[in-house]
Write a protein that binds this ligand. Sequence first.
Ligand code: ZN
Length: 87
Amino acid sequence: MSFPFHEERRLHAHCPKCGHEQVFVKVRMNHLLHLALIVITAGLWSVCWLALCIDKYLRPWCCHHCGCKSPEFGVAARLKITKRFRG
Ligand SMILES: [Zn+2]
């Protein structure tokens, strides 16, 4: 999703819903723009900013395919180690 107040980052991790490796997206907020919106709205935007910050802190990564918000980074790391020792 393209949202004018955000910047996206992507990585590959194991998705428990899809059952295999998927692209996960992390949204990075533009705090300067939010600060400008707080000034313009006389502080009203601070409620939205706080809600967005909490959501970003609690669920930073989202599966691009199914929307799952709990990537498993450890599974991918273990698979890489197993392949290294077997190879
Ligand atoms: Zn998924």
